[in-house]
Design a protein around this ligand. Structure first.
Ligand code: DCP
Ligand code: MG
Length: 368
């Protein structure tokens, strides 16, 4: 028996809420986030009208304005987004007790038990999206399949306001044509390495022995071997708690000097603190992970007197930890920063509704 997994993702989440609440923004290109004049202003998300101009999440607002001169910039209202997030979760809970939120606007649902006796996962997804539209005046997209990996990919295939079903009989053919870039956990460096090995699609991966994939990719090799066959047994975990947020990067060429490493740490610090900010979390412990050219790996941690979400503080701590690890004659192939020991702004949890916070970008989750 296959499981029935749904991945739901709201369409242009922050922007759709702003358009719903401000009729004058409807049908217009809007960007939620920092203004183009403000220092460090970036777009959190853009309405679909704005995306036609090429505007994307995380783009500097200045660039967004260049691409789309009539853009309306809207200051985010996180309290409202959290409230809506709680409302969509309440809708999910009518259809299943197994809900794993990934961020404010995204969750996995295991609907195998079919709480309402609706009959099919496709119909359950349709009902959930209809309820979101009717009650909240917002649209969501859904992916329906036999596991998390496929459901997540499917929810993106018919966006906005659509859903895609990848049934058991289609799984094998679907995985064979899927480009390796779409595989969870495959970043730019891994993709380049796969291409160099002649691995471009799921079919290419499937032709290799598991031992070979593990030799090239370590523990991840096992995951790639399984997923190329459409196998992903990770359960939908309703109350897994987030212990740390991490970002790391493997470099195409080993780094040897602090001058080369500092900009990388700066970028990693920006990524993790951005995630903290998005979840309204702060952490007290900064950990630096260092992997050397010979694959030996160390971590160095320091706890700060106060929890922080400040990129400069995180960067400074990370640089100090890196320097104190000793850089003489070292060749470094990977650097990572993680933040742990969280305090949460709101009294209950990061999302203000008792639900766990965003871990969508937490790559460490996958292979641990
Ligand atoms: N977000 C952010 N910064 C990013 C990416 C996203 O602040 N770099 C926020 C704003 C989004 C929300 O998270 O509205 C959800 O992210 P999604 O990636 O699901 O993007 P959207 O829901 O906005 O659009 P889509 O229709 O593509 O899902
Ligand atoms: Mg979304």
């Amino acid at each position: 028996m296959h499981r029935k997994i749904i991945h739901i993702d709201m369409d242009a989440f922050y922007a759709s809420i702003e358009q719903r609440d401000h009729p004058e923004y409807r049908g217009k290109p809007i960007a939620v986030g920092g203004s183009p004049e403000g220092r460090g202003g970036v777009v959190a998300t853009a309405s679909y009208e704005a995306r036609k101009f090429g505007v994307r999440s995380a783009m500097p607002s200045k660039k967004a304005l260049e691409l789309c001169p009539e853009m309306i910039f809207v200051w985010p209202r996180f309290d409202v987004y959290k409230e809506v997030s709680g409302q969509i979760r309440e809708i999910f809970s009518r259809y299943t007790d197994l809900i794993e939120p990934l961020s404010l606007d995204e969750a996995f649902l295991d609907v195998s038990a079919d709480k309402q006796g609706i009959g099919s996962a496709i119909d359950i997804a349709t009902a959930i999206r209809a309820a979101i539209r009717a009650e909240l005046n917002l649209t969501a997209s859904a992916g329906i399949s036999i596991n998390k990996f496929l459901a997540k990919i499917a929810s993106d295939m018919n966006k906005p306001d659509g859903q895609t079903f990848i049934g058991p009989s289609r799984v094998e053919a679907f995985m064979e044509t899927l480009p390796v870039e779409k595989f969870f956990g495959v970043g730019k460096v891994t993709a380049a390495k796969m291409h160099a090995l002649g691995l471009f699609t799921g079919a290419d991966l499937k032709r290799r022995e598991e031992a070979e994939l593990i030799r090239h990719f370590g523990k991840a090799g096992h995951f790639y071997y399984q997923i190329a066959r459409g196998i992903d047994d990770r359960p939908v975990q309703p109350d897994r708690e987030l212990k740390s947020l991490a970002a790391e990067d493997t470099f195409p060429v080993d780094l040897t000097t602090l001058e080369e490493m500092a900009p990388e740490l700066e970028r990693l610090a920006a990524v993790v603190t951005d995630r903290l900010l998005r979840n309204e979390m702060k952490g007290r412990t900064v950990t630096v992970k260092i992997k050397y050219a010979d694959f030996k790996q160390i971590t160095r941690s320091r706890s700060l007197p106060q929890a922080t979400d400040d990129p400069t503080t995180v960067l400074q701590t990370a640089v100090e930890l890196l320097v104190s690890s000793g850089l003489d004659n070292k060749r470094i192939r990977l650097l990572g920063i993680s933040i742990s020991n969280f305090t949460v702004d709101s009294p209950t949890s990061a999302n203000g509704d008792g639900s766990p916070p965003d871990r969508s970008g937490n790559q460490l989750d996958l292979f641990s």
